[in-house]
Design a protein around this ligand. Sequence first.
Ligand code: NAD
Length: 357
Amino acid sequence: MINKENKTIFDKLLIHDHEELIFCNDKKLGLKAIIGIHDTTLGPSMGGTRMWNYATENDALKDVINLSRAMSYKSSLAGLNAGGGKAVLIGDIKLKSKKYIERYASFINNLGGKYWTAQDVNMTTQDILWIKNVCPYVVGLPKEYGGLGDSAIATAYGIYVGMKASIYQITGNNSLENKKVCVQGVGKVGGKVVDYLIKEGAKVYVTDINNKNLDNIASKNVQIIETDDIFDVNYDIFSPCALGGVISMDNLKKLNCKIIAGAANNQLEDDINVPNELLKKDILYLPDFLINAGGIISCYHEQINQIDLEKVMQMTETIYDKAIDVFKYANENKITTHSAAMQIAVKRIERNKKKSN
Ligand code: NAD
């Protein structure tokens, strides 16, 4: 397969040194999946399965390559003994059935534990349970099935402590009281972030395209704004908790805030121009793969069979100190916080590579 930029698959794998891509096919079931394993230096690769009706197969390939790499950095920064992996199921969610998911699970099973999956976009708890029927390499199970339950609990806590670290970095005080915070997307994670913010006395603005999710929080002390009007207000913190790619050069012309700290994966439109623009505009950016690690911390504890939510939350709380370390490293080296977080993550992987050689 050649992609748009005339790069072969191996060219693509070489850019960030991915270990493996596994292409899975079942013609009868319409199953097309790609499992991406970026790096297993620190441990078995781990990352959710996403189902998406990609416009092209190359878009799916790009997604799995980017997402699996981000998972390596996320686990490394969080201090987990886990590598980076991700999987994409290509097609309309109508394709999904018990047979389809179980067949997909059989491909994961064939990898013998080199890749562990979990829930991501368009995958349900039922899908996770069907995977579990066929293969043990799945985490993020409900409590009644021996798992730790909703990983959004830990993810939201990580976002909250990350916000506190960033406000401390700017003001020397980590209180969020009276700070204006906009949460874009009040789903599983964003909704819980809102609760932390209200409890601490922040002035909370929310937006969502799903009215049902807005209804769930309408009675709380929040100001609901139209999705198109989010750039009309000056915020202390803008918190993307919906989709990736929202921090673009275009949006940066309109966005007025001091800090960006949210849950969405791959928030930045690119790795270089956008982080540099953030630095120029003096907006403190908390790298997504640092701040949203609560979910993977929860999944990791399930993988090592430590079903202990308190431990998960304690480890998630260390995101506060890790954020302060990233700010310090970025300042000392005069680089963006995005580059700083990546460099710290890569260094840990490299150190462990040397040890095992
Ligand atoms: P979710 O689907 O429960 O919530 C997302 C919310 O964003 C929904 O309410 C949706 O309606 C809203 N939304 C979508 N597009 C929007 C737009 N253009 N403007 C405003 N709102 C919009 O998902 P979630 O589990 O809360 O995850 C939120 C983000 O965090 C996702 O990007 C996810 O990949 C990432 N993330 C989640 C976890 C986790 O543990 N759940 C872990 C790490 C990262």
